[in-house]
Design a protein around this ligand. Structure first.
Ligand SMILES: [Zn+2]
Ligand SMILES: [Zn+2]
Length: 321
């Protein structure tokens, strides 16, 4: 159940931290990385959000609009974690964040697979100019494009009128996903609604549910850590695994160099937060929190308004502070 704003802002323990060296980055032509001295974080951030999406993937706000909303919600430290792309980050955005008094770190939600299941790993605080990471982002973009081509071919075989360019124009700057295909089918009168499109052709187990050729969990973690970032297992309870399976995933995750887990994701029941906190402690993982915000008006994923991290957890920003 949504909480009142004052209750729901993530609060952190009173431990005093120094945040006078938070790395910044830019993705401009010069591709330099600078470290900014900031007086803003002499103590732990009052509110933070390490998981949200812009229109560079499947969110609906531009990165700057995300910053504005975050500022409005009292967020002090954040990352934008678009799916398989960091194209939302730019020198301009970095400057805008500084002007707003927000500490913006780099972020990305990487799609990968573990035991043939789709898993999301959030990378935080990478050097976006790392050549290996840049190559990885290109590979992810290519994997998404190949998948979109395959979905187009399947839909055409089924008799639908669809061209990849039409779906690409719906995606704009963002990465193409199945919702864009559903949108095209609805816009052109070939399906009555998005949900019908998913139920008939694009949903799980349907012909258009093409699996992309995602990297392994180990590879995704290596991309993140190779660029100096911390790899965080995203929304661990969304995979609907048994606790035994989830422990097995976490054992492999840690073995591969993963160091964090989302203990708070959106508005969660307290029992789920406890389960995830226990896992964080058991596997000695940093705890992260994020809304998984995509669109305004989704109260279960309101930007900057995830619950507090339990005091016993070690917050993920301590990794780079
Ligand atoms: Zn995800
Ligand atoms: Zn997400």
């Amino acid at each position: 159940m949504p909480q009142s704003q004052s209750e729901s802002l993530p609060q952190v323990s009173a431990e005093t931290q120094r945040y006078d060296e938070i790395p910044f980055f830019n993705c401009g032509d010069l591709c330099t990385v600078v470290t900014l001295k900031s007086a803003a974080f002499m103590s732990a951030p009052r509110a933070f959000d390490f998981h949200c999406h812009s229109l560079f993937s499947d969110g609906s706000l531009a990165p700057f609009e995300l910053l504005m909303l975050a500022k409005e919600r009292g967020v002090e430290l954040m990352a934008i974690t678009d799916h398989d792309t960091v194209n939302g980050y730019s020198q301009t955005l970095q400057t805008q964040a500084v002007e707003l008094g927000l500490e913006l770190i780099s972020g990305c939600e990487i799609s990968c697979q573990w035991q043939r299941r789709g898993i999301h790993v959030v990378g935080l605080n990478m050097n976006l100019n790392d050549p290996g990471f840049r190559q990885a982002m290109q590979a992810q973009g290519q994997a998404r494009l190949s998948r979109a081509e395959s979905i187009t071919a399947v839909l055409q075989r089924l008799g639908f009128e669809v061209e990849l360019t039409q779906v690409q124009s719906l995606a704009g700057n963002g990465t193409i996903g199945r919702p864009h295909f559903a949108r095209h089918l609805v816009d052109t009168g070939q399906m009555s609604s998005m949900s019908t499109a998913f139920k008939r052709v694009l949903g799980s187990g349907k012909p258009g549910d093409i699996k992309a050729n995602w990297p392994t969990l180990e590879t995704a973690i290596a991309w993140i850590t190779g660029a100096g970032g911390v790899a965080v297992l995203a929304h661990p309870l969304k995979y609907k695994m048994t606790i035994t399976k989830l422990r097995s995933l976490l054992a492999d995750f840690v073995q591969a160099g993963g160091q964090g887990i989302e203990v708070v994701t959106g508005h969660q029941e307290p029992s789920k937060v406890r389960t995830l906190m226990d896992l964080a402690l058991r596997y000695d993982l940093y705890a992260s929190a994020g809304s998984d915000f995509h669109h305004p008006g989704q109260p279960w994923a309101a930007l900057g308004q995830a619950q507090s991290l339990p005091n016993s957890c070690q917050p993920v920003w301590e990794h780079w502070s």
